[in-house]
Design a protein around this ligand. Structure first.
Ligand SMILES: NC(=O)C1=CN([C@@H]2O[C@H](COP(=O)(O)OP(=O)(O)OC[C@H]3O[C@@H](n4cnc5c(N)ncnc54)[C@H](O)[C@@H]3O)[C@@H](O)[C@H]2O)[C@@H](O)CC1
Ligand SMILES: Nc1ncnc2c1ncn2[C@@H]1O[C@H](COP(=O)(O)OP(=O)(O)O)[C@@H](O)[C@H]1O
Length: 486
């Protein structure tokens, strides 16, 4: 599990050390770590000694880190060049650079091979005007790319995309969410001794082993009903394929059984693809969790199919994931009855669906919510999870999984190749599978099961993309390959 903290929390953790006059020691530790990573980057591209490294240096402590790092690099024989972006530079850092034999110029030298972005860190307010960065120059961001909001991942004007971000004290939320995560490139944390002062993380991310624990292979004595039975209520005359995608993904994740409830033609398609699915028109059967919504449509039939599933879940206290069409159909009363029955409930909207859901079900949050969802997806998912008292999995380049108590997991596996029709249906099948496999009393919080599904889905997306462009029907096979360790 990786933990990330807001910039505000990291600054608060620094406070006792700064009060104890440890500021310069912290900065030197941070800069030493940054310099070490720069050396590694240089080595992977050519010689270290003699190469020109330029740092864009802002007026605050972020610039101070960059100056100290240049001073350390100068001692390794690097031609270390500072380019100030403001009226002043961190005094001690500048002294250190001068003493080490580094230089200050007003433009990026043509022979620079690597650029350190040390303009703005956690103290940034808004954007800035970056100089033109010559092509082919590696970019290493100091703490975070200048202009990335450390608390939200919102990106202001002027951000230079980094190949690597070396971040100090702890991962910042802004480096693992949305545009900030994209701008940061690879992220390497450097320990500067803040751990004892950091409280609870703002957000966390599941790693491979955490996610695979949810999708673990069966125990030697498992039988099909112990491995999980997922009920699927998806697909319609208009969107029959959704039913197949949900079932295929669920089966690929290794369940005891998939039960399908839907119209005959759609059931026929599902059975042609997967004869092992148990299909019927109603919800009767042995489902231990339900996935409802993909391709259901919005007519009366869709509404009554969803109602039937909700009632089955309320009756049996069963977990339920609601996706796509179901997000436009479910009522506040149904959600409250599901909660009352102790059901685990996960809603899986993308940004547009979340805004509509809030408009319809939580009108008092609707004002400005669309802007919030864009700028701060973590806050948007959290607020919705809290008021509806369910887990919200918000889809996008970052998948945000928020629990009603505020616990939030963010997953960045998978790239834009997943932005293709039907992949959301596959994800719904995986969330359903995670819920069915463990049951309401099984190990792991609901929000972790949702995040594990997002991890598997994203990782399968990356796996599928490595073989070229793909459509959603390729995802289930990639899921199997990820689980098989290929
Ligand atoms: N405080 C500490 O003990 C440590 C801080 N560290 C570094 O310090 C950074 C935070 O330092 P600061 O609090 O000085 O803040 P920053 O260096 O992030 O930025 C603040 C400076 O930039 C100016 N500024 C803010 N927004 C601007 C904009 N849009 N355009 C132009 N100028 C702008 C401010 O007026 C101020 O001078 C961290 O990100 C990290 O790099 C590290 O040295 C580790 C230890
Ligand atoms: N730019 C992106 N980078 C990574 N993943 C993405 C990106 N865009 C979309 N995705 C993922 O693709 C899936 C799309 O789901 P959804 O929007 O429901 O599509 P559909 O309804 O067509 O199935 C989600 O899991 C989402 O997180």
């Amino acid at each position: 599990m990786l933990n990330a903290y807001t910039g505000t929390a990291v600054r608060a953790a620094e406070k006792p050390l700064l009060d104890a006059a440890q500021g310069e020691a912290l900065m030197r530790r941070a800069a030493w770590g940054l310099a070490a990573w720069v050396v590694r980057e240089l080595r992977s591209r050519g010689p270290v000694a003699g190469s020109t490294v330029v740092a864009l240096v802002g007026t605050g402590n972020n610039g101070g880190d960059a100056l100290w790092a240049l001073a350390f690099l100068r001692r390794r024989g690097v031609d270390a060049v500072a380019v100030p972006t403001g009226e002043r530079m961190h005094e001690a850092g500048l002294d250190a650079l001068r003493r080490a034999g580094g230089r200050v110029t007003d433009r990026i030298p043509d022979n620079a091979v690597l650029l350190v972005d040390g303009v703005l860190g956690t103290g940034a307010r808004g954007g800035w005007e970056p100089p033109r960065v010559p092509k082919g120059v590696a970019v290493v961001a100091c703490d975070l790319p200048s202009g990335v909001g450390a608390d939200t991942g919102e990106v202001a004007r002027g951000v230079i995309l980094a190949d690597l971000t070396v971040t100090f004290g702890a991962l910042k939320t802004g480096l693992v969410v949305g545009a900030g995560a994209h701008a940061a490139g690879r992220v390497e944390p450097v320990d500067i001794g803040l751990s004892p002062y950091l409280g609870e993380p703002d957000v966390s991310s599941l790693e491979r082993d955490d996610a695979l624990a949810v999708f673990a292979p069966p125990a030697w004595d498992d039988h099909k009903y112990r491995r999980g039975v997922l009920g699927v209520c998806a697909g319609s005359e208009q969107y029959p394929g959704a039913a197949v995608l949900v079932c295929s993904s669920a089966l690929a994740s290794g369940l005891g059984m998939v039960q399908y409830a839907g119209p005959q033609r759609t059931a026929g398609l599902v059975l042609t693809a997967h004869p092992e699915v148990v299909a019927g028109t109603g919800v009767e059967g042995k489902a231990q969790a339900w996935a409802a919504g993909p391709g259901l449509g919005s007519d009366d039939e869709a509404r009554s199919r969803l109602t039937e599933v909700v009632e089955a879940c309320v009756d049996g206290g069963l977990p339920l994931v609601l996706d796509a069409s179901a997000l436009g159909l479910v009522t506040l009363d149904q959600l409250s009855r599901l909660r009352g029955a102790g059901c685990e409930v996960v809603l899986t909207p993308h940004q547009g669906e979340l805004v509509k859901l809030v408009d319809r079900l939580v009108p008092h949050l609707a004002d400005g919510f669309a802007d919030l969802a864009k700028a701060d997806p973590v806050a948007a998912a959290r607020r919705t999870a809290e008021v509806l008292a369910v887990v919200v999995l918000l889809k996008g380049s970052t998948t945000v999984c928020a629990a009603p108590d505020g616990r939030t997991l963010v997953q960045n596996e998978g790239g834009a190749e997943l932005a293709t029709a039907g992949t959301g249906d596959c994800l719904a099948g995986l969330v359903g599978s995670a819920l069915a496999r463990s049951g309401p009393n099984g190990p792991g919080a609901t929000v972790e099961k949702a995040a594990a599904a997002a991890w598997l889905h994203g990782t399968a997306g990356t796996r599928a993309a490595s073989d070229g462009p793909f459509g959603a029907s390729t995802v289930p096979d990639a899921i199997r390959r990820v689980l098989a360790g290929h």
